[in-house]
Ligand binder design. Structure first.
Ligand SMILES: Cc1cc2nc3c(=O)[nH]c(=O)nc-3n(C[C@H](O)[C@H](O)[C@H](O)COP(=O)(O)OP(=O)(O)OC[C@H]3O[C@@H](n4cnc5c(N)ncnc54)[C@H](O)[C@@H]3O)c2cc1C
Length: 352
């Protein structure tokens, strides 16, 4: 390590790219481990903005329930944040969130954590130079860090298809992270294409009696229903026609379109079970960009990568999670080795 570089104001022990569930957990875990940490994200008003269905775990048989318990024991932020007023909604055995409250709680935690600097900037490249990573942004800044965690979600070479039209985007209405994706490829890290899909949201006030195929999960929060039986990628007029044939929804309206994002994630055999790249020391991956499937798993991978990046950057002894964290360990192992992507601990694996 180069002492002079480390003394400059733009140097941090750990740089995290992204502030979804994975990036937030990585940043908080790294800072909690004593690493000076910078978290760079496209939009600070959209921290931990969970894009769709607000279910974190689906009852006692869902291994994500055990994952949440393990994360609680290990000191991740998510289980504690869920206990904050309004962050989770009573829904039987399900763990359901109010996405806006949880996102704000994560943002406040990022802003108040010691040693943690959240910044709004699009990262365009990461490159190693004599043991230090240079992180360049679209605003012309360059930061330096001993370790980098990439938690870029669905933004790497993202293409959004909505209403039958495809445009570049990390999510509907968002920009992409194509320059970063090119850079990751140049670093010798292999990626492959996958998708994430969300249903159209429907105006709940126009539903006389929500028929089959509608999931009223967000009704309490946003006055919206999920149109689970309504075509996701097709023409909006056709989707509306289809919707209005549904019982109780003759006057229905689509408040937000369904859409699909095609994007890049890591292939198998790119990271070890600490989530560090096999061919790049100090480069870690987490969340959907690493190949996970859902919010809870993304948060878990973020937590692990942040802890391990901090341990590497600060020269602390390896602080790997203990063997009692069975589900976390299983998930990291699957991200490292499992060929079929995206990876999930749920059995049978539902779509992402
Ligand atoms: C349409 C859609 C529907 C989904 N539905 C569900 C669902 O119902 N349930 C579920 O569990 N999961 C769902 N997912 C998957 C979901 O994306 C993940 O589970 C979760 O959000 C992944 O968290 P993450 O932190 O890895 O990534 P994200 O939440 O996607 O966060 C990525 C972050 O990285 C930032 N970023 C990206 N590139 C850069 C860059 N170059 N520079 C700076 N910042 C950058 C973004 O701004 C964002 O803050 C859905 C995803 C999409 C797109």
């Amino acid at each position: 390590m180069h002492v002079n570089s480390r003394n400059s104001v733009d140097f941090h022990d750990v740089a995290v790219v992204g502030a979804g569930p994975a990036g937030c957990e990585a940043s908080l875990a790294a800072a909690a481990a004593g690493a000076s940490t910078i978290c760079l994200t496209i939009n600070l008003d959209a921290v931990a903005l969970h894009p769709a269905n607000p279910v974190l775990a689906d009852g006692t048989g869902d291994p994500r329930m055990q994952l949440l318990e393990e994360l609680d024991g290990a000191g991740a932020a998510l289980p504690g944040l869920l206990k904050e007023p309004g962050a989770s909604i009573e829904s039987g055995a399900r763990t359901v969130i109010d996405r806006r409250v949880l996102g704000l709680a994560y943002k406040e935690r990022l802003e108040s954590a010691n040693g943690l600097s959240p910044r709004q900037s699009l990262v365009t490249s990461i490159s190693p130079d004599k043991g230090i990573w240079n992180i360049a942004t679209g605003l012309g800044e360059t930061f330096r860090a001993a370790a980098v965690v990439v938690a870029a979600g669905t933004y790497l070479n993202g293409v959004v298809t909505a209403g039958g039209v495809s445009t570049p985007g990390g999510r509907h209405g968002d920009i992409t992270a194509n320059a970063l994706a090119r850079c990751i490829k140049c670093l010798g890290v292999a990626m492959e294409r996958t998708i994430a899909t969300t249903y159209p949201r429907l105006d709940a006030r126009r539903a006389v009696n929500a028929g089959d195929g509608m999931l009223p999960l967000d009704e309490a929060v946003l006055g919206e229903l999920y149109g689970t039986d309504v075509d996701v990628d097709g023409n909006r007029a056709a989707a509306l026609k289809q919707l209005r044939r549904t019982a109780g929804y003759a006057e229905g309206w689509i408040t937000r379109p369904g859409y699909t994002v095609h994007h890049h994630i890591l292939t198998a055999d790119q990271v070890d079970s600490n989530l560090q790249a096999l061919r790049q020391n100090g480069l870690f991956f987490a969340g959907k960009a690493a190949g996970s499937c859902n919010y809870t798993e993304a948060a878990a991978l973020g937590f692990v990568s942040g802890k391990n990046a901090a341990a590497l950057a600060t020269g602390a002894a390896d602080k790997k999670l203990t063997s009692k964290h069975i589900i976390v360990t299983k998930l990291c192992h699957a991200i490292s080795r499992q060929q079929s992507r995206p990876v999930t601990i749920r059995i049978p694996p539902p779509g992402c």
